[in-house]
Design a protein around this ligand. Structure first.
Ligand code: IVH
Length: 683
């Protein structure tokens, strides 16, 4: 217990006072719980300096202090639905209630807690939470935030003499992305997450970065002193805060009982990716203020509120090794082998470090402790190295000079990030080309996975992709653990896969830069392979959606005689596709949506994705798969994920099904005057 107390206190200080955490929030919560459980079992051993008695860390030197007349408390956590039910039980037992308790569900904002004190409607002091009783006076910095009213709105008669408003200062994701981009350009280390960037910004003493401060947002959630008499419910507190001119998170909902609250949490978890700010759970508060008073507070947390946390999206773990993996184009990718860690709903044991430049920028080394992130359906990433935990005598990582698979010296061309194995005979390339060709988006060869590919290669049955389509039953039966049934299944799968479509075939070739979106465009434009192979670079660039870089890659690919030979062999061995009716330039050249690009994400209730695509294209619009700055609209349905988040980051317009139908029927609205956009209230 003594060790845990010391350990937790140290991490509290790193987190609150230095904005430089060494362990993830989830890890902190786990250690905190362990201590809580030990203290419950051995109350006689509870230490006076235990972090279970307090919140946060004392104010840092250099700031004037500000006392919180009403302490700023922390929140107890619930990790699953049963813990939520136990919380509800406890409340009803304490209050001796028969019926259900209503809760207000609010997104748990992942930022820094702040108190604002108003006197006669005028902002007088703004402070950080500090240790809950005394915080840092950061009034001057807070005054830079547009979402903090310097004077309360509404009738002066409704302004209490003294008002204490509590809320969270957050950095919206779009601003976080911009800020980190700027830091990257000036070679400053990027912030790990929006919360650290926000907390750090608030506590800038010198060289105050105004741009960073002004991108912060204050979202109000409670009134600690000065609440007008007639207000009796937590949700009415929020209404009053709005009336005074504060920004209040719009997603807050009243839930009639605990089951409704649990459902609201699940809904927030779905919404998470789509919100403009980071949230890390749901806060539930007993809606009835009189009941809140009856329940009261413990030293550190109120009995009437709880934070139901989302599964963590960031964890810290150790880099056990870094190795180079060779892809289908021969690119060497440095991969960090990690001590397995559960993050974002999956166990992560490898994370790509992309290329040598990325390794250099993050300076990831074997033995390092790193922050790993997996958000939504995005592949796991190493966000940052925890420098303070680097062991002695570590070395910078460099990709090897020779291909780890075939020992050919690698090459790195001037001005590009990729290091490549140039050998056409590199077995790693062939292996990955086969896996790519067999993949879902390409020929989709059922049952041809890594194991079988290895076996085929080891047995020398396949030396190039086209050999797959000449495999014979007898030869397959000679493979280890290959029975008659499996052999026949594989042959049948190959036969099915051979009858494909032009876009799938193009994807399967593995031409650099040609993924499903580009393959679709090329197939539709040229209709068949021959005209595409014959197209000049200019003709390729003329295809809407194909730029000079893609055009060059395509040209280079088809200029290689060995590629054409392999294509011929594939066709001889049965790979075929129907020609596509050539799309004359634009049904809807003058269509309502011509020139607009769309990205579809999530499920649209009432219209299938393919119907939406057809209808958009019928009026001249284009549907692409990835969101970029050039995207005009993201159509977001139920359970939309990372694309929607990306859209928010890039400030791309987002519409729902209704919005899409409006666009299909009436086209885009007339362009508004180019006035500066009003601050988005977070809807
Ligand atoms: S209420 C006594 N509401 O989470 C109630 N807090 O882990 C305590 N937080 O210190 C505050 N979103 O900084 C409340 N909607 C919300 C919140 C919220 C984020 C923060 C707050 C608090 C911490 C506790």
């Amino acid at each position: 217990m003594q060790a845990l107390v010391a350990d937790l206190n140290r991490h509290l200080r790193l987190y609150h006072a230095e904005d430089a955490p060494e362990i993830s929030d989830a890890e902190y919560d786990r250690r905190f719980r362990e201590l809580q459980e030990l203290e419950e079992a051995h109350p006689e051993l509870v230490r006076p300096d235990s972090p279970t008695h307090r919140v946060g860390a004392p104010p840092a030197e250099g700031f004037a202090t500000a006392r919180h007349d009403v302490p700023m408390l922390s929140l107890d956590n619930a990790m699953d639905a049963d813990e939520m039910r136990a919380f509800d039980e406890r409340i009803r037992r304490t209050l001796d209630l028969e019926g259900p308790v209503a809760f207000l569900a609010e997104p748990k904002l992942d930022g820094a807690g702040v108190e604002l004190v108003y006197r006669d409607g005028q902002l007088s002091v703004g402070s950080t939470r500090g240790d809950g009783r005394v915080g840092e006076d950061v009034t001057a910095n807070l005054k830079q935030l547009g979402s903090i009213p310097l004077r309360l709105a509404g009738e002066a008669a409704t302004h209490p003499e003294r008002l204490s408003v509590r809320g969270e200062v957050v950095l919206p994701l779009a601003a976080f992305a911009r800020l980190n981009e700027r830091r990257r350009q000036t070679e400053l280390p990027p912030f790990v997450n929006p919360r650290n960037a926000a907390a750090g910004a608030l506590r800038m003493l010198h060289d105050v970065d105004l741009q960073r401060l002004r991108s912060l947002e204050f979202r109000a959630y409670s009134v600690a002193e000065g609440l007008p008499e007639p207000i009796a419910r937590q949700h009415q507190v929020l209404e009053q805060l709005r009336a005074w001119g504060f920004l209040v998170t719009p997603e807050c909902r009243v839930c009639d009982d605990i089951e409704a609250a649990i459902a609201a949490h699940d809904r927030f978890l779905e919404l998470r990716e789509t919100l403009p700010v980071e949230i890390d759970g749901t806060v539930f508060k007993v809606d009835d203020l009189a009941l809140q008073r009856d329940l009261g507070e413990l030293a550190r947390v109120p009995r009437w509120a709880i934070a139901y946390k989302f599964p963590a999206q960031q964890e810290t773990t150790k880099v056990l090794d870094i190795f180079a993996s060779v892809g289908r184009t021969g690119a060497l990718t440095p991969v960090a082998k990690l001590e397995p860690v559960f993050v974002g709903g999956v166990t992560v044991s490898n994370a790509s470090l992309h290329n040598q430049d990325e390794v250099d920028r993050k300076d990831v080394r074997v033995g390092d402790t790193v922050v790993v992130q997996r958000a939504g359906d995005v592949i796991p990433q190493v966000v940052q190295v925890v420098r303070s935990k680097r062991p002695k005598r570590t070395k910078r990582y460099r990709l090897p000079d020779r291909c780890p698979v075939c020992d050919t010296p690698v090459v790195r061309e001037e001005g590009v990030a990729v290091t490549r194995c140039p050998s056409p005979a590199c077995p790693a390339k062939l292996r990955n080309r086969l896996l790519h060709l067999a993949g879902r988006g390409a020929l989709d060869i059922d049952g041809l996975g890594e194991k079988l590919v290895e076996q085929l290669l080891d047995a020398g049955l396949v030396e190039r992709p086209s050999d797959l389509f000449a495999l014979e039953r007898e030869a397959l039966l000679g493979l280890d653990r290959m029975g008659e049934k499996s052999a026949d299944n594989l042959l049948a799968a190959l036969e099915r896969a051979a009858r494909t479509t032009l876009p799938r075939f193009l994807i399967g070739l593995g031409i650099p830069e040609v993924g499903s979106g580009v393959a679709d465009l090329l197939a539709r434009h040229f209709g068949d392979l021959e005209p595409l192979v014959a197209a000049s670079q200019e003709e390729l660039t003329a295809v809407d959606g194909v730029g000079p870089i893609i055009a060059e890659k395509v040209r280079v690919y088809f200029d290689d005689a060995s590629h054409l030979e392999e294509i011929a062999r594939l066709r001889e061995r049965g790979v075929c596709w129907p020609a596509i009716e050539r799309r004359e330039e634009g049904p809807g050249e003058d269509g309502l949506l011509s020139g607009r690009t769309f990205v579809l994400t999530g499920t649209l209730d009432g219209m299938s994705r393919s119907e939406a695509k057809d209808r958009i294209e019928a009026v001249g619009g284009k549907v692409v798969s990835a969101v970029s700055k050039k995207t005009d609209y993201v159509v977001a349905g139920e359970a939309a994920g990372s694309k929607l988040r990306k859209a928010r980051e890039l400030e791309v317009k987002v519409v729902d099904l209704e919005g899409l139908i409006e666009l299909l029927e009436n086209g885009p609205p007339a362009e508004p005057d180019p006035e500066p956009a009003a601050a988005d209230a977070g809807s």
